[in-house]
Write a protein that binds this ligand. Structure first.
Ligand SMILES: Cc1cc2nc3c(=O)[nH]c(=O)nc-3n(C[C@H](O)[C@H](O)[C@H](O)COP(=O)(O)O)c2cc1C
Length: 457
């Protein structure tokens, strides 16, 4: 049953800003762990069915259906792991850290429910190394959940007893370790390099065992799904994306922040209604809808709903001709325009220098490329260097086309999608702000205003 916007409940952010909500006493008073007995009275398969019915889709970036992913665990697996991805390093994204800080027990309860459904008895939370404050809160929450017997103790369930242990593991601060297989390597104490897939983690994950990797926000939705049912959750969202959506809005808006919003809200509503518009009445120039790896949208494209499919299929971006006769289609024929990604909305007004933004984005991915795949290691470095000179007004004729060709050489040619994370935005900047990038070519300008070496970022 669809729920009107006014009635839209807060599912994962309801304790944000509430003093004491992250202590076990405060959380329990607000309903934490109240869904555990209900879930344990169901069969694990019934819990998974409820999650499938809910249309919950992963909030880590790709929007993969959560219940479906869980069914990829091979039947009869004796050891299964659940790994919570709390690495959150995508520029523009700052939602998981808020859940970890304000409502760690909601996450732990979600872990209990997911683990029961998966037949998992040991879950890991892989938390980004820089999140000191959140780690402290989370470690205390886990210790308190052990002390109260939610963790580490047999609890009666349909057909016997169920026990789950949770280990919190701190990363060392590398963006690549958010990629699920790099994360698993890092968790095992190895270098954080992505693994070739297949085998997918659901078949061969941490310690070689079937493993489900899910994002913090994904798992924090589970208690509400068990409490109210999958259909209720599905009814909150759009036909193929259930529930609400956290968006982290930054940049040129009057009220930046972390908002839990209806799944189908449009980007225009987010910018102008929720976030109070652009200060000074300035015009919008561009907006990145889901973290910096997602292709930028221009002002004519902001009536798109922020749910997972619309952002991909409502495309207007045209295939890019990288050389005569060779086109690179961002969507591989699927007309992909951009993606909902990790919910990091970055708003830029008319004063923004897009060449500089493009360079800054490329600089991030060049820095974070793990170096394992040649197209990404070399290509992101070249994109950074070429966009740096463009940003400095020292571009050379053919630079924009060169960037497109390099990006097309990276996309789809690497073990993990970090290469795409640089290539897609590059192609979108080159398509939508081509004139501005071209205007940075030195010959177009006459004399460069700032030497490339002095551009700081
Ligand atoms: C380079 C890279 C970085 C990523 N970083 C994160 C991250 O910080 N947090 C996250 O949940 N997913 C991240 N992902 C996505 C994960 O690989 C994985 O799809 C996700 O954790 C699955 O959880 P979900 O199904 O609940 O979304 C990243 C992917 C890539 C390619």
């Amino acid at each position: 049953m669809p729920v009107s916007r006014g009635d839209m409940p807060k599912i994962v952010t309801r304790s944000f800003g509430v003093d004491g909500s992250n202590t076990i006493e405060g959380a329990t008073a607000r309903g934490a762990y109240s869904r555990v007995d209900k879930a344990l009275a169901m069969t694990p398969a019934a819990v998974t069915d409820e999650v499938k019915k809910s249309n919950l889709r992963g909030r880590g970036g790709a929007g993969f259906p959560t219940g479906l992913k869980w069914t990829f665990i091979p039947k009869g697996s004796s050891t299964v792991y659940l790994v919570i991805n709390a690495d959150e390093s995508e520029p523009g994204t700052c939602k998981d850290r808020e859940i970890l800080f304000w409502d760690p027990h909601l996450l732990i309860e979600g872990i209990l429910l997911a683990s029961y459904a998966l037949g998992c008895h040991h879950a890991y939370i892989y938390i980004r190394g820089e999140m000191m404050r959140e780690h402290q809160v989370l470690a205390r929450a886990v210790a308190d959940a052990y002390a109260k017997g939610w963790l580490g103790r047999d609890r009666p369930c349909a057909g016997g007893t169920f026990k789950i242990d949770v280990t919190v593991h701190r990363g060392a601060g590398a963006y690549i370790c958010g990629e699920e297989t790099a994360l698993l390597n890092s968790l095992e104490g190895q270098r954080g390099w992505p693994r070739l897939k297949p085998p997918f983690p659901a078949v061969k994950g941490v310690w070689g065992k079937p493993t489900i990797v899910n994002n913090v926000e994904t798992i924090a939705n589970l208690p509400a799904i068990i409490e109210h049912g999958g259909e209720w959750f599905a009814g909150l969202g759009t036909p193929r994306s259930g529930g609400t959506r956290i968006l982290c809005v930054s940049g040129h808006v009057a009220k930046p922040g972390v908002y839990e919003l209806p799944m189908g809200i449009t980007l225009r509503e987010v910018i102008y209604d929720v976030c109070g518009g652009i200060p000074g009445g300035r015009a919008l120039k561009g907006v990145i809808p889901g973290g910096s790896s997602m292709p930028i949208l221009d002002p004519s494209e902001i009536d798109v709903p922020m749910e997972f499919d619309a952002l991909m299929t409502d495309a207007r971006i045209k295939p890019v001709q990288v050389r005569p006769g060779v086109n690179f289609d961002l969507g591989g024929g699927k007309q992909l325009r951009t993606m909902a990604g990790s919910g990091g909305v970055i708003v830029m007004d008319e004063t923004t220098d897009m060449a500089r933004v493009c360079w800054r984005v490329m600089k991030f991915y060049a820095h974070e490329s793990c170096g394992q795949c040649t197209p990404c290691r070399e290509g992101t470095g070249w994109l950074e260097r070429i966009t740096r000179r463009l940003a400095a007004g020292e571009g050379r004729p053919g630079d924009v086309e060169l960037c497109e060709s390099i990006a097309a050489g990276i996309a789809g040619n690497t073990i993990c999608p970090l290469g795409d994370a640089a290539a897609w935005p590059m192609l979108a900047f080159a398509t939508k702000f081509r004139g501005e990038l071209q205007s940075k070519i030195k010959e177009a300008n006459g004399v460069a205003k700032v030497p490339a070496a002095t551009v700081a970022g």
